[in-house]
Design a protein around this ligand. Structure first.
Ligand code: PLP
Length: 467
């Protein structure tokens, strides 16, 4: 489907090349690759500047949960801009939307996680949560508790500290990271577990690995463990059943705080507003959230901390003259919080969580059918997040080599068929807006199948691969 737009794509591309620095863009391709210019959007679809309609298999970037072009969202944002666009959040200053949104969020959080610290996005939510943990242990007289345990293939953000606790190997070149207090454990990826090991044995091994690391560092030196319930950008790694509950128990045995990074998994992607407790049986000490918090309409993030931890700070005689000196000009931005309130209202009114719980198995089933294609080694996921992993050999599970440029090939094949997806190395991650229907799930799965077949044919034609 095509619309008639008046964008001058060639001129936009020229200006883009001349002036815009893109995150994660391959430097060697900038001169030769035309930017993909996303100009308009509607429901579960985006339009490029030439007017071509594409089903959004990425949900923006795991975030446009309520779908595009919501008039009532535009209205809520505009109303708040007219009423009061911004005022400083520093000190004991608030705005009605931030107060109301914080209180609304607290209805959905597990346990006693009822205090919300708003930030500007996911990276700043994670960064601020980690700084809060540091502040907390310094404040309560345990200043040695500095070490942070995380996992390979985690993605927690792009500030110095949130990038340091991330662990995707491809993101580690030519940048520096905090290394003295950050420790990575291998990812709990059942697809890559040792041959002959059951998922239960694998889970037990991962839990034991965490405990060994805490003991090795000395429990008095370990501050926290940070984990995504499902590792999103690392390739939708769904840990073995019971992993989170058990790792939480280990953390609490040693007075180590547990941060559940729900930047992707929250706001309906797994059929719940927060997935930690209802999906994984986990009541962490801190939850971080962003993305679906406003469905990407405006940037916002938050960490939410337990009353138990918060009260140790505020109810202490030591509190006099002290402050958690961390925050941003745009913390708790009133326009973003107004968008968050409207987003939550839409999710509730349209029962989007129930819709995801109902449609999720069908989405997984349709994508699961791709496993029969020759290059597909694994299809995994939960609810409306999934990953297709491409390998040269299903037995050895050898990933497609980088030189084959799978991302370039699959993007070309899906876009020409009317679907946009997010390939990363030999993986394709999928997270459509939560409003997709069965027909759109079929469309997505069928295009994915045709595109992978076309990529395979191309590799065969070029003599790079044969069955
Ligand atoms: N945490 C997780 C789990 C994420 O997937 C991301 C982004 O993809 C972040 C944190 C960082 O969020 P942002 O890009 O909004 O800073």
């Amino acid at each position: 489907m095509r619309k008639n737009f008046n964008y001058d794509t060639a001129a936009l591309a020229r200006m883009d090349r001349a002036h815009i620095i893109h995150p994660w863009a391959p430097l060697d391709k900038l001169a030769t690759t035309e930017p993909f210019i996303v100009a308009e959007s509607e429901g579960a679809y985006i339009y490029d500047s030439g007017g071509h309609r594409l089903l959004d298999g990425m949900g923006g970037m795991w975030c446009v949960n309520i779908g595009y072009g919501r008039e009532e969202m535009a209205q809520a944002i505009a109303d708040q801009v007219r009423r009061m666009c911004y005022f400083s959040p520093f000190g004991i200053i608030s705005t009605p939307p931030s107060i109301e949104f914080g209180a609304r969020l607290a209805r959905y959080t597990p346990g006693d996680l009822k205090h919300v610290f708003f930030t500007t996005g996911g990276s700043t939510a994670v960064d601020s949560a980690l700084r809060f943990v540091q502040f907390y242990f310094n404040f309560i007289g345990k200043p040695n508790k500095k070490h942070i345990i995380t996992r390979d293939y985690a993605y927690h953000g792009s500030t110095y500290l949130s990038a340091s606790v991330s662990g995707k190997p491809g993101d580690r070149g030519h940048l520096d990271f905090v290394t003295d207090t950050v420790h990575h454990l291998p990812a709990p990826n059942p697809y890559r577990r040792p041959d002959g090991m059951t998922e239960e044995e694998f889970r037990d091994a991962k839990v034991a690995e965490l405990e060994r690391k805490i003991v090795e560092l000395g429990p008095d030196n370990v501050a926290c463990f940070i984990a995504e319930p499902i590792m999103a950008s690392g390739g939708v790694i769904v840990p073995p059943k019971g992993y989170h509950r058990r790792t939480l128990d280990v953390c609490h045995k040693y007075d180590v705080l547990y941060i559940s990074d729900e930047v992707v998994t929250g706001f309906g992607r797994l059929g719940e507003i927060f997935a930690s407790e209802p999906v994984f049986g986990l009541t962490p000490d801190i939850i971080t959230t962003a993305k679906g918090l406003t469905s990407g309409y405006v940037p916002l993030g938050a960490f939410i901390v337990s009353d138990r931890l918060y009260a140790r700070l505020t109810d202490s005689p030591e509190a006099k003259g002290k402050a958690f000196t961390n925050g941003f000009t745009y913390s708790a931005h009133p326009v973003a919080c107004a968008a968050g309130l409207k987003n939550l209202e839409i999710i509730e009114r349209e029962n989007l969580c129930a819709h995801v719980r109902e449609l999720g198995p069908y989405f997984q089933q349709r994508l699961g059918e791709l496993i029969h294609l020759p290059l597909v080694g694994d299809v995994r996921g939960s609810h409306l997040m999934a990953c297709v992993e491409l390998v040269t050999d299903k037995g050895t599970k050898e990933p497609l080599p980088a030189e084959w440029e799978f991302p370039r090939r699959i993007i070309a094949e899906t876009i020409s068929r009317g679907l946009v997806v997010r390939p990363m190395a030999h993986l394709v991650v999928l997270s459509p807006p939560l409003i997709v229907n069965r027909g759109q799930v079929d469309e997505l799965a069928e295009i994915m199948g045709a595109a992978i077949r076309a990529v395979t044919d191309g590799l065969v034609r070029e003599g790079l691969w044969r069955d």
